[in-house]
Structure formats: structure tokens, C-alpha cells
Design a protein around this ligand. Structure first.
Ligand code: 13P
Length: 257
């Protein structure tokens, strides 16, 4: 029996300005009143410019909501115009940071080398990287989903010690299921999430495989979350569109139990 605490993460992507972020976190806080984070952990990943607002609302209300960023610079500090460092995120009370989201890989040219450097930058700053992996449609059609995703996983975790790897969260997000309404079947999710866990075991150790949380992402809603969460190697969800509505995201959290 696993001791992994389920983790439900809302990735807001490039949505909501700071006033809208404030309203959403306040509403979510009301809906999650009395929520026990030790049974299901809840986190949101707002745009950078909303993080200070989220911090103030969460701190003031002592809300059971962790938060983090959608990206991090691979560099520590200095002349990197437009970049945000791990230390800046830690100073804002962030716990998590998404790394290697397929939208970063696709639209911002982030390859395995950059993703790996960002995972290391996150760990060095004391943040938990949520390493996003997953195949595009053509790889799925060719039956290469496991092989493709595991190559991204190994690339992202390259050079980590078992102690470091144990701190990472992995999110399996098949690209064809993101924002399309086409959710992977629970069996599809389990196939790849199970393979990810096996690889964590062979690359690092059985302890790492047992402790790392593997999330599923791609068109998760309150109506499909329970069947996906029922799979043994799925420890949570990375939710895009459905995390922008407080009541729907609260229902998704409820579905994780
Ligand atoms: P959707 O839930 O909107 O499909 O997005 C998934 C995702 O990319 C989360 O990171």
C-alpha cells in the first residue's frame, strides 16, 4: 500500500490577471475550508505576476492551498532579461514549479538539456519541480507513447542523485489530450504512469519509485477524475482549463479521495 499523498494541481497557464487571481483563490479557499492537506494536497500555478497576490490571500486566510510557478530560469541570477529565478519564487512562498510543460517545449524550444537544467535549478532553490512529460499524437498513433515519454523522463532527471529524484513530481500529459477534451482512458494513463514508476525504480531505486508522485494531465474534469485516480500509479492530476473555475476545481479535489 502506498503512502503517497495525492496531489491535485491547477495550471492556470496564461489566464487571469492579479485581480482575477485574487477572486479565484478566495473562492477556492472558501470551498476548501477545513480541507485536510495531509489527505489530498492542493496547489495552483498562477502566472508569475499573480504570485504575490496569491501569497497574500493564502497567508491571510491560512488556506490549505500550496502554489508555485509555471516556469523557472535555469540560471541563478544576473543578465537574463525576462527570466525569473528559483530564489525569487522561493521568496514568494512557492512550493512547486512546472518544468518542461509541452507548451514550453513546443512554443519556446525547450529541449531535454534545458528541462534538465531547470529541474536542477528548482531543486537547488528548494522548490519541487513538476516535470511534465508526454507524447504528441503521432507518437501515440505509432504506439511509441511509453518509449517517447520515458526518454523525456530520463532526460529531465539526468544526473540527479536518488535523494534529489525522490523530491520530484512527474506529470504525464499526453499532448493530444491537453485542452482538447479528449481525455486519455484510465488504462492509457496507467500504462504510461506505471512505466514511469518502473523507470524511476531502475534508474534510481525502489524507494524513489515508491515515493515519487506521478500525476496525469490532459482534459481532467470532475466527471472523469475519479476513474483516473483509481489507477494504482496515478497519484494526482495536473489540471488546466478546469482549474480556472473554483467550484469545478474543488470538485476535482473532492474526486481525488
Ligand atoms: P487541460 O486540463 O486544459 O487539458 O490542460 C492540461 C494541462 O496542460 C495542464 O498542465
Amino acid at each position: 500500500m502506498t503512502t503517497r499523498t495525492p496531489l491535485m494541481v491547477g495550471n492556470w497557464k496564461m489566464n487571469l490577471d492579479w485581480t482575477q487571481a485574487q477572486a479565484l483563490v478566495e473562492e477556492l479557499g472558501d470551498l476548501l475550508k477545513g480541507h485536510d492537506s495531509s489527505s489530498v494536497e492542493v496547489a495552483v500555478l498562477p502566472p508569475f505576476v499573480d504570485l504575490r497576490t496569491v501569497q497574500v490571500v493564502v497567508d491571510a486566510g491560512k488556506l490549505p492551498i500550496a502554489y508555485g510557478a509555471q516556469d523557472i530560469s535555469q540560471h541563478e541570477s544576473g543578465a537574463y532579461t525576462g527570466e525569473i529565478s528559483g530564489a525569487m519564487l522561493t521568496a514568494l512562498g512557492c512550493t512547486f514549479v512546472a518544468v518542461g510543460h509541452s507548451e514550453r517545449r513546443q512554443y519556446h524550444g525547450e529541449d531535454e538539456t534545458i528541462t534538465n537544467a531547470k529541474v536542477k535549478a528548482a531543486l537547488a532553490a528548494g522548490l519541487t519541480p513538476i516535470l511534465c512529460v508526454g507524447e504528441p499524437l503521432e507518437e501515440r498513433k505509432a504506439g511509441n507513447q511509453v518509449e517517447y515519454t520515458l526518454a523525456q523522463l530520463k532526460g529531465g532527471l539526468q544526473g540527479l542523485s536518488p535523494e534529489e529524484a525522490a523530491k520530484v513530481v512527474v506529470a504525464y500529459e499526453p499532448v493530444w489530450a491537453i485542452g482538447t477534451g479528449e481525455v486519455a482512458t484510465p488504462e492509457d494513463a496507467q500504462e504510461v504512469c506505471g512505466a514511469i514508476r518502473e523507470t524511476l525504480g531502475s534508474e534510481f531505486s525502489a524507494e524513489v519509485a515508491d515515493s515519487v508522485r506521478v500525476l496525469y494531465g490532459g482534459s481532467v474534469k470532475s466527471s472523469n477524475v475519479a476513474e483516473i485516480m483509481a489507477k494504482p500509479d496515478v497519484d494526482g492530476a495536473l489540471v488546466g482549463g478546469a482549474s480556472l473555475k473554483a467550484d469545478e476545481f474543488a470538485k476535482i479535489v473532492e474526486g481525488a479521495r
